[in-house]
Design a protein. Sequence first.
Length: 105
Amino acid sequence: MLAYEDSQPSTRDKSLQQRCLAVGMRVIRQKTGRKPTGRAPSNKGAAIMGAVDKAKNKAEELSGKAKEKFGEATDDKAKKQEGKADQTKSNLKDAGETVKDAFRH
């Protein structure tokens, strides 16, 4: 599982962000001929979708665990493998969400 520090950017990072924003705005102005608004798009919807996706992944993982336990209890190898596959798929999706969150912040 990936871990990242959720802290405020340093002063150096802020000044770098401001310079990148200024350069980006000049590029937009040159390419479009219009002055950019200076507002970044909101990530509120993306954050909500990320939480919904994580909840779905957790539900799928729990479903996979239940299938695996049911397969063990009934000695059904196919159901046990299906449960493990569901868990793996859920874990991969969750890792993808973590990577998206790292780039989103």
